[in-house]
Design a binder for this molecule. Structure first.
Ligand SMILES: NC(=O)c1ccc[n+]([C@@H]2O[C@H](COP(=O)([O-])OP(=O)(O)OC[C@H]3O[C@@H](n4cnc5c(N)ncnc54)[C@H](O)[C@@H]3O)[C@@H](O)[C@H]2O)c1
Length: 375
């Protein structure tokens, strides 16, 4: 497959997830992408390898990141994800100060600076300036990595994408792709959008969904379940503020409910972030319990513990979302990309089983690539 050039991305929020993604862009060199490559769902999509992605603009609000080259900002505190690619060349892309809006939770002030966001005192860019920066940089896709609960900030960046004419990947649980009004506006502008809220490569959600689907397919009635998650990164610290949690709980819970044979009563399902354990850093632990009845109405139960590095787990999915957006742009496809949203995200506009969403995504990639090839 011939490589076709680069995909220019802009990033809002240079936290742990963005760090893992950018490390991956430099880790997956053409040599590493040879057959047998480890850790990718697709080595190439539409002729693009991960290393064909380049960051052309970035926005944050943290004093240790704003004004710094992206190559250094991704390793600045409070980021704490595993460094698997330390060698990132200077990019010549300086992180710009976005508007803080509701990006920083008040309770963060109670923690040590190395653990929390520290607001930069640089002048905030206006919406017009951010749109201008997106246009000037030639960005094609904007990734939204705002902290959970940043309703205003997330919508702000979606508006900027619409105005600048760039595709949008919504990695977090403020409902944008699954909000009909927003989705219609992306469709009207013929801009692709994938969302909402990344479903990690092999994380708690996909595991819980696959097991829930298994119960349904094997005729086992699922009576009760929980999914408890602990971690020590800023995502978990931010989610200690219960008032910011509503959309994350909805996103994670509905992802499981959507594949249950019969909707589980609210009091019998508990899914969500559970506690902040600083020494875990970016290591996330997930504990799942499922109780059901099988043949003869006889009880059974299942307990599972999953341990993953949270941010590379998300980057393994975002690396494909970006390339799907590019494929849509090349094919003139706008609006919500239904298959990729269902396969890559926890809270798509329409939920499908992961098997169906996988088939839809593969078909999208295949047909879009073929259409391009025959032009
Ligand atoms: N596996 C995963 O890690 C995973 C999975 C699904 C969803 N997500 C979601 O992705 C989002 C990002 O996760 P993360 O782990 O990178 O978080 P993080 O806390 O490491 O990073 C958030 C970044 O946003 C910046 N920020 C805060 N307010 C801002 C504003 N107004 N404008 C610009 N930047 C701002 C912070 O300074 C920080 O750099 C979270 O909402 C998280 O829930 C993560």
């Amino acid at each position: 497959m011939l490589r076709k050039g680069s995909i220019r991305i802009a990033i809002a929020g240079l936290g742990n997830c963005a760090s893992a993604l950018i490390q991956g862009i430099y880790y997956y060199t053409p040599e590493r992408c040879r057959d047998g490559v480890v850790g990718l769902m697709h080595r190439e999509i539409g002729g693009y390898l991960p290393c064909d992605i380049s960051v052309v603009a970035a926005f944050d609000v943290d004093a240790r990141k704003v004004g710094t080259d992206v190559s250094r900002a991704i390793f600045a505190k409070p980021n704490c994800t595993k460094v698997f690619q330390p060698d990132i060349p200077e990019m010549g892309v300086v992180v710009k100060m976005g508007p803080v809006l509701d990006g920083i939770s008040e309770h963060m002030a109670d923690y040590a600076e190395d653990r929390t966001f520290v607001r930069s005192d640089a002048q905030e860019l206006t919406k017009e300036e951010i749109v201008a920066e997106l246009k000037r940089s030639g960005a094609e896709v904007l990734l939204n990595y705002m902290p959970v609960g940043s309703e205003k900030a997330a919508r702000f960046y979606a508006e900027c994408a619409l105005e600048a004419g760039v595709a949008f990947v919504n990695n977090m649980p403020v409902f944008i792709a699954s909000d009909k009004a927003f989705a219609d506006r992306f469709k009207a502008r013929n801009l692709p959008i994938i969302g909402d809220d990344i479903k990690s490569q092999l994380g708690a959600t996909i595991t819980h969904r696959v097991l829930t689907d298994l119960f349904a397919k094997r005729g086992v009635k699922l009576l009760r379940t929980y999914q408890l998650n602990t971690g020590g990164n800023t995502d978990f610290l931010n989610m200690k503020n219960q008032q910011r949690l509503a959309s994350k709980k909805t996103s994670k819970t509905e992802a499981v409910q959507a594949v249950a044979k019969k909707r589980i009563e609210d009091e019998n399902i508990h899914v969500g972030p559970s506690d902040y354990v600083p020494w875990q850093n970016d290591n996330k632990l997930c504990f799942i319990r499922m109780e059901g009845h099988l043949f003869g109405d006889v009880p059974m139960d299942l307990e599972l513990r999953l341990s993953v590095e949270d941010s590379p787990n998300s980057a393994g999915v975002v690396i494909d979302m970006i390339r799907c957006c590019k494929l849509a742009l090349e094919n003139g496809i706008g609006g919500v990309l239904e298959g990729p949203s269902a396969y890559f995200c926890k809270h798509p506009a329409v939920q499908y089983t992961d098997d169906d969403a996988y088939q839809m995504t593969e078909s999208f990639i295949r047909t879009s690539t073929v259409k391009l090839a025959v032009r």
